[in-house]
Design a protein around this ligand. Structure first.
Ligand SMILES: [Zn+2]
Length: 151
């Protein structure tokens, strides 16, 4: 992965943490996520359309976490241990195959924890900055979709 790819991917975790921080427990489950270079997208299950002000706050919270230059932790550990430590917060809407007994976990303490085997920056500051490019709420699917760029 190029540095840009790594920063774009790490941006997904930082953005997800900001979404959870602003919208709360109801925005716990990610439906999909991906990035290409410095552009990324994230879809989170949520039961109402967020306000414009909430979206502004999500972007601000993501940038404040980046400015904090917080250290990122990566683990590889038995699935039972990961579940005991973080519960179902490590999962997305689509569960992993049950035969998977060892998990790779991304952890930005107090912000975002998720099973993820991809490469991440060592600290959040390396992401640079995060700008929400566009967003929409799909009421029929109860999905908040956000696309962003890291700069
Ligand atoms: Zn990741």
């Amino acid at each position: 992965m190029s540095t840009e790819d790594v920063r774009g991917h790490t941006g997904i975790h930082i953005l997800k943490g900001a979404v959870f921080h602003v919208l709360g427990e109801g925005a716990k489950w990610s439906a999909s996520a991906g990035s290409q270079g410095t552009h990324g997208h994230l879809a989170v299950q949520f039961d109402r359309k967020p306000t414009d002000e909430e979206i502004v706050r999500i972007e601000a919270e993501a940038n404040s976490k980046i400015s904090e230059d917080a250290p990122i932790e990566e683990y590889e550990l038995p699935r039972v241990e990961a579940e005991a430590r973080w519960g179902d917060y490590i999962y997305d809407l689509f569960l992993l195959p049950p035969e998977l007994t060892t998990l790779k976990v991304f952890n930005l303490p107090g912000w975002n924890v998720n099973t993820c085997g991809k490469q991440h920056t060592v600290r959040t500051g390396e992401v640079g900055s995060l700008k929400i490019a566009k967003w929409r709420y799909r009421g029929n699917k109860q999905l908040l979709e956000i696309s962003f760029d890291v700069g």
